[in-house]
Design a protein around this ligand. Structure first.
Ligand code: COA
Length: 131
């Protein structure tokens, strides 16, 4: 079955809330995701399989050269088929087309294979403060 990818595609916020909850193993948050990303993000990529939302990545930015991918998620039953890699590739194309020069990501050590080998990110040092 073909998976369709859409840059800034319309989606149902409830479906994304469920995808995030299932994908990250956390409770549903009831967030109006569509309103949030339309207001704050450079873009986002949806993956649809037979009209069902099965993957998502959010592309935040600084209004200039830097874009940042957040919350890459694929539904557990469609993992391991290249959907995650295709989402990140589409995010990269979208950010390039919008004029960005850099796409950033941070991740936990167990995802090094995904981001570096599959998606082609170069490792950098990065930091984080819990607020
Ligand atoms: C990470 C995630 C988006 C990958 O999606 P996916 O569609 O399975 O990814 P792909 O099929 O494109 O994977 C490509 C390669 O990346 C690596 N990879 C994928 N998921 C991985 C994981 N969870 N851990 C380690 N390596 C992984 C594998 O080498 C894989 O190749 P293989 O299938 O030939 O072994 C998905 O596992 C997910 O939603 N995880 C939970 C949410 C999460 O942690 N997101 C990251 C937030 S930074």
């Amino acid at each position: 079955v073909t998976i369709a990818y859409g840059w800034r595609a319309d989606f149902d916020s409830d479906a994304l809330d469920a995808l995030h909850a299932g994908g990250f193993g956390r409770p549903r948050q009831g967030i109006d995701w569509l309103a949030r990303v339309e207001r704050h993000s450079l873009g986002w990529v949806c993956a649809f399989r037979l009209e069902r939302l099965v993957g998502f990545v959010n592309v935040a930015w600084d209004g200039g050269a830097h874009a940042f991918i957040l919350d890459t998620v694929v539904a557990p039953d469609v993992r391991g088929q290249g959907v995650g890699t295709a989402l990140v590739c589409a995010a990269e194309r979208g950010a390039r087309a919008a004029g960005c020069s850099w796409l950033h990501v941070d991740y936990e050590a167990d995802l090094t294979g995904f981001y570096q080998k599959a998606c082609g990110f170069t490792p950098t040092a990065a930091g984080l403060v819990a607020l």
